[in-house]
Design a protein around this ligand. Sequence first.
Ligand SMILES: CC(=O)SCCNC(=O)CCNC(=O)[C@H](O)C(C)(C)COP(=O)(O)OP(=O)(O)OC[C@H]1O[C@@H](n2cnc3c(N)ncnc32)[C@H](O)[C@@H]1OP(=O)(O)O
Ligand SMILES: CC(=O)C(=O)O
Length: 550
Amino acid sequence: MSRTTPAETPLGDAFHLYDTTLRDGAQGEGISYSAADKLAVARLLDELGVGFIEGGWPGALPKDTEFFARAAHELDLRHAVLVAFGATRRPDTKAADDPQVRALLDSGAPAVTLVAKSDRRHIERALRTDVDEACAMVSDTVALLVAEGRRVFLDAEHFFDGYAYDSDTSLRVLTAAMEAGADVAVLCDTNGGQLPLGLADTVRDVIDKTGFRVGIHCQDDTSCAVANSVAAVQAGATHVQCTANGYGERAGNADLFATIGNLVTKLDMPVIPQERMTELARVSHALAEIANIAPDTHQAYVGSSAFAHKAGLHASAIKVDPLLYNHIDPSVVGNDQRVLVTEMAGRASLELKGRELGVDLAGQPEVLTNVVGKVKDLEARGWSFEAADASLELLLRDELSQSTVDHTPFRLESYRVILDHRLDGEIVSEATVKVQVAEERVIATAEGNGPVHALDAALRKALRPHLSWLDSVELVDYKVRILTPGARHPVNGSDSQHGTDAVTRVLVVSADGGQEWTTVGVHGNIVEASWLALCDALAHKAMRLTQPVG
Ligand SMILES: CC(=O)SCCNC(=O)CCNC(=O)[C@H](O)C(C)(C)COP(=O)(O)OP(=O)(O)OC[C@H]1O[C@@H](n2cnc3c(N)ncnc32)[C@H](O)[C@@H]1OP(=O)(O)O
Ligand SMILES: CC(=O)C(=O)O
């Protein structure tokens, strides 16, 4: 049996950072880990320095049984202790005879978390037994596991609701566990209905009355799971259960990354090794990838928008000192500050964006004023530069005249797109472009599975003999947004009130192996909007060849 205390974590056994991504996180809608996924998640959490990793419920879920069997050979945990989760024996049975209790022992996990009802209403109505038997179920099971050398934690389900209804019963359940040898009485806000101040009062009350080591497990139904967990720690809890990115049943659980961020940077509690803090953002994204859930860009501490500043007033202060508008230095948690240039930008925003792009705009007040004005005007007409840094950079460099005479490596004479709906039902698009490139007039025609595809193919055909780099540029994403009626029409300035009049915004993401860049095009016609975004994409590549990032 391996060790039961975390190794190489700064607070040792005095404070437990306990992760339940693989059990409660897996209860989140849309998440289904394979045993191999679970091993990968456990490795990442261990590298981060988490103290305990709850791997699942062996005996209840075959994948979890397989995970523990494979973990014995394939997991070499450096920091963490592996924990098996399960219920106590059923009413009126013997713990030693309960197959699910046996499965917990057979899992080989050195620690076990037992879930037990601690609300009298649940004991009587869901378990259909009385409080004496509920306590016996807890104490028998804990005693058996402890006798078999396991470290035991008790997850007291519905503790806060139960304590408010009948505190004696809830305390009797905790006492049954702790007197039988459990290590931590984990108070669970199972329905997630608590708010921080009331929850902290209860935690304090339980510690005062019992002297037990207390832990906390919070669901996020009031959107307070992290706040509740932190409040519990401030009230004396020394074991906190979380899940990666807050995955979990219903609205989820306390997010591990925000909880670590708060404990380390606000309460000065080194719950993971100091040097692992800069891994928070990376590990959060890697765990999202394994869960097959898009990362939440607005997630505190680790989201890509967590330190993204859009408002001009923010940028003007950040220019003086980034900490004036950031609650911490983003690099502490492995994140980055970003400045977004949009209609809300001021000159300071653009100056900071210039720094990101390697352009020093400090002595260029006129350029700043002009480009900010253009961005505001274009955004009022449906453009959006927030995600289209490449188009913004072209606008900026045009104003600076730092580029070649024209970024666009060709000049358009005309293009034409035909959509052919044939009798057999097949739809084929054909595009012809006429361009001037390298002093030559070129006409090219190509087919595609849609008008934009055909146009892109025809343009590439025309340019390929003249632009050696062209084939390295791929279109990796194409997003279309029909702007809601009411947006001003970009061409005639009128309000577009009808679907067919709507303004179309196209974002194109291009890549050339080493880099990705996003460009934008806006027009009443979707093909023209796409054309504008495609032209910017090639112009940006051509510009980069002469103006590498500073
Ligand atoms: C608060 C939480 O999130 S705890 C984690 C919950 N996680 C899960 O439920 C996921 C895994 N669960 C499962 O695979 C299944 O529910 C199993 C294998 C555990 C049980 O399946 P079944 O035997 O078919 O029972 P079912 O799910 O219908 O009902 C649960 C039973 O456990 C009993 N039970 C509930 N909580 C406890 C507890 N803390 N201790 C002991 N028994 C309990 C219920 O009273 C019910 O008993 P009954 O069958 O006599 O009515
Ligand atoms: C144990 C648990 O997951 C809960 O009470 O919510």
